[in-house]
Write a protein that binds this ligand. Structure first.
Ligand SMILES: [Fe+2]
Ligand SMILES: [Fe+2]
Length: 256
């Protein structure tokens, strides 16, 4: 089973780039399932019903999110109603709409997807390690992948080792910068600290550099506008043994 994971899609410019390249990539690599982080897919941050639908129409099967999941109010009912859009599972009980994990039924095989958020240099959500334990105790399929939306590589890799042998893969999102540390952990869990992003190359995390320079240099509030083309699409392909659920290989690439 080949599962493609795509890094944070940034704005309509990133969405268009994904649509232009995903179909060919799926054919080329024999992709069975596509998971994509869509937390920044709307222009002006967050995710909207329109940007989510655009990603699905472009060939994405499961959308994960992160700290920008709930920027747009119009999305709250969609989180509740659409089973293939996730938000981090470790939001406190009873507040956030939607769900943090799912089982995707592919007929002959089922695939679990879990979305978690880090708590190091991020909002103090529930402990992601305990949240993962609780979800896995519910009995997820042999093939299960985790999108760990987090800032710190130390936290990401610790969670990956914590789940090694219990899930097929752990990949990070959120930093918008792809890491070069793909590997298979000792007990068969595929790993990459961060997938990267799908968005403008000449940007800072998708944003026009002159705006982030102003923010970083002067520390004054700045409205972040997105940069424009050319774009790249950062992703990783996890090839997973259907019988054991272990990762056989992790291939990382950047489409330009
Ligand atoms: Fe993001
Ligand atoms: Fe994020």
């Amino acid at each position: 089973m080949n599962i493609l994971a795509i890094g944070d899609v940034v704005g309509s410019v990133g969405c268009r780039f994904l649509r232009a390249h995903l179909p060919t990539l799926k054919k080329l690599k024999g992709v069975d399932l596509v998971i994509c982080n869509g937390e920044n897919s709307a222009d002006g941050n967050g995710i909207t019903p329109v940007s989510a639908e655009y990603l699905f129409q472009s060939g994405v099967d499961v959308i994960t999110t992160g700290n920008h999941a709930f920027r747009r109010r119009e999305m709250y009912t969609v989180f509740d109603s659409c089973e293939t859009i996730l938000r981090p599972a470790n939001f406190p009980e009873g507040g956030a709409p939607g769900r943090g994990w799912l089982v995707y039924d592919m007929g002959r095989i089922q695939v679990g997807v879990i979305n978690l958020m880090g708590v190091v240099y991020m909002e103090p959500l529930d402990n992601p390690f305990d949240a993962a334990d609780r979800i896995l105790a519910a009995g997820l399929p042999k093939i299960t992948l985790v999108d760990f939306h987090a800032e710190a590589t130390g936290e990401k890799k610790s969670l990956a080792y914590y789940l090694d042998g219990r899930v097929s893969a752990v990949f990070g999102t959120h930093t918008h910068v792809q890491t070069a540390d793909e590997q298979i952990l000792p007990n068969g869990t595929g790993y990459l600290s961060d997938l990267g992003m799908t968005g403008p190359i000449h940007s800072v995390l998708g944003v026009k550099p002159e705006l982030t320079i102003e923010k970083m240099h002067r520390h004054m509030p700045v409205r972040f506008d997105l940069a424009s083309d050319p774009c790249e699409m950062d992703c990783a392909l996890f090839t997973i043994d259907d019988k054991t659920g272990r990762s056989l290989s992790v291939e990382r690439f950047i489409i330009k």
